[in-house]
Write a protein that binds this ligand. Structure first.
Ligand code: DX5
Ligand code: ZN
Length: 219
């Protein structure tokens, strides 16, 4: 699945920017609180308006402190997938259960420096693993290929039947790096600047899809 990130879109025209990527699978929404990450973006009121303005399922990526308190609200509002960071959570399992009870998929995200091994059991409570391929906070950063062993480990856990998960990568994904990520076993690809920095965002989504397939076929 291709999930364009509206972080790189025009925030004054979000409905139009969503329409421009109607051929995508999910629309990725980066919620930043200026505490967990230095940057500040948007929150639940904007997500609620966006839900009413697009048919695309919303993939909410919460880069916020205290997700235990705030994450279930995004699921209740109607987001398709709600991902929060393990580094910020107090009780990841309870929060995942609250998200699922509210009808959304539950996602867990790990920063580049956070290992995956300690959380393999916890991941049974989740539908999505979001492996950050940049330090969270800003768009337009360079893809960190050194993070790909975590993608391989997650894919191996899925292949062997230990976990059932989407394996999502986020940060620095473009037509080149998406091939490596797909080859490593990712199946959801977030792209901000590679989509909204292109002249035709819809065409960029289609091109990313072709490149991801090529990588998957190599794995
Ligand atoms: C970064 C965000 C990403 C960001 C990716 O913290 O989580 O979703 O939008 O932007 P690009 O694709 O430009 O790296
Ligand atoms: Zn994101």
């Amino acid at each position: 699945m291709i999930a364009p990130s509206i972080l790189s879109a025009d925030f004054a025209h979000l409905a139009d920017e969503a329409d421009a990527v109607a051929n995508a699978d999910w629309l990725h929404v980066d919620v930043m609180d200026a505490h967990f990450v230095p940057n500040l973006t948007l929150g639940l009121p904007v997500v609620s308006s966006l839900l009413a303005a697009t048919e695309l399922p919303l993939d909410c990526h919460l880069m916020i402190d205290d997700p235990d308190r705030w994450a279930p609200g995004y699921a209740e509002a109607g987001a398709a997938n709600v991902t929060f960071h393990i580094e910020a959570a107090r009780d990841a399992v309870q929060t995942a259960r609250a998200i699922r009870r509210a009808g959304a998929l539950a996602g867990l995200s790990v920063k580049p420096g956070t290992p995956l091994e300690p959380y393999l059991d916890v991941l049974r409570e989740f539908d999505t693993l979001l492996v950050m391929t940049v330090e969270p906070g800003f768009g337009g950063q360079r893809f960190l290929a050194e993070v790909l062993p975590k993608v391989r480990l997650a894919r191996e856990q899925v292949r062997s039947g230990h976990l059932r998960l989407f394996v999502e990568v986020d940060g620095g994904v473009d037509a080149d790096t998406i091939v490596q990520a797909a080859e490593a076993g990712a199946d959801v690809f977030v792209a901000g600047s590679a989509v909204y920095g292109a002249d035709d965002p819809g065409k960029a989504v289609a091109a990313l899809r072709v490149a991801a397939r090529a990588g998957m076929n190599r794995s």
